[in-house]
Write a protein that binds this ligand. Structure first.
Ligand code: SF4
Ligand code: SF4
Length: 284
């Protein structure tokens, strides 16, 4: 590997840098790593210009998107203290990974910039301005990690939407990964039917549902007061993802769909005892 006078990675070295970045991320605990060239934001023209990588950081040429999986059995307990801790741990791990990757890139004589996992200070801020400055979901799509589902989550072949993402920009030109062309969402509407706030309204003619962000934020506020934020029920019930094969759960979709009604009728319903036991302790 060598650099030209400007310090830029030479074309012949790009493959090697890509492999090194992947090796570094996987060694640090990443479950998924994908590469997007910044021109995909321009070509796709789905993200407003100010929210594109080169508007945020002009030298950006490649966005490395890193994913960490959320194990299904913990996600199924949501809302619970276990799920909250899992969510916080994933975020912490992702932020450390992104921070360490930028330092690693710098040691390889490459400029880097990372965008933290959660780009907002509080739900109050999010309520007043319901956008982050950068979307990891769109970055994940452009890096070939998945496709956007009806629920507005990124669905990945490996973990469905049960994966959290962080993005690192670099000035290095790296071969992008191919985007996934076939939609992964099967439009089963389980996410919309199980949403406790009815925040997802499926549309006949389109895959992506209308999303009532304020209703979702209200749910988040309720759960924050109870110290068991976030909700993530739409993430729990999505049937997409090879991670499900590990757990061999027959009839699980029916169980998800009936959960709310069954627990309203009988909060001690034995069918849901493993989840309700966890929910009873450690938070309100
Ligand atoms: S996080 Fe909860 S409230 Fe928000 S859309 Fe998903 S299921 Fe609905
Ligand atoms: S639950 Fe069904 S409709 Fe919702 S995102 Fe997953 S596959 Fe798509």
């Amino acid at each position: 590997m060598h650099a030209d006078k400007s310090g830029d990675m030479l074309i012949s070295d790009r493959g090697e840098l890509k492999q090194r970045i992947k090796d570094f991320c996987f060694a640090q605990g990443a479950d998924l790593v994908g590469f997007a060239s910044v021109d995909r934001w321009e070509k796709m023209n789905e993200v407003p210009p100010d929210f594109r990588p080169t508007s945020i950081w002009a030298p950006a040429r490649t966005v490395v998107v890193i994913g960490i999986a959320m194990p299904l059995p913990i996600v199924e307990t949501t809302p619970s203290i276990l799920h909250k801790e899992l969510y916080d741990t994933c975020n912490r791990e992702l932020d450390s990974l992104a921070f360490n990757l930028v330092r690693y890139l710098n040691r390889q004589q490459q400029a880097g910039y990372f965008f933290t996992r959660d780009g907002y200070a509080s739900l109050k801020v999010l309520k007043e301005k319901p956008y982050a400055a950068f979307s990891h979901v769109m970055a994940g799509k452009y890096a070939g990690l998945g496709t956007m589902g009806l629920s507005h989550n990124l669905l990945t072949p490996q973990f469905g939407p049960r994966v959290r993402l962080v993005s690192v920009f670099t000035s290095a030109d790296i071969e992008p990964d191919p985007m996934i062309e076939k939609e992964l969402c099967i439009k089963c509407e389980a996410c919309a039917r199980c949403c406790p706030k009815d925040a997802l309204k499926p549309k006949e003619e389109e895959l992506i549902a209308d999303y009532d962000k304020m209703a979702c934020i209200e749910m988040a506020e309720e759960l924050t007061r109870r110290r068991c934020y976030p909700c993530g029920i739409c993430i729990k019930v999505c049937p997409i993802g090879q991670d499900r094969l590990l757990y061999k759960q027959k009839g699980i979709l029916k169980k998800y769909l009936q959960e709310s009604e069954a627990l309203s009728a009988d909060p001690e319903d034995p069918e849901y005892k493993t989840w309700t036991h966890i929910r009873k302790y450690g938070s309100w």
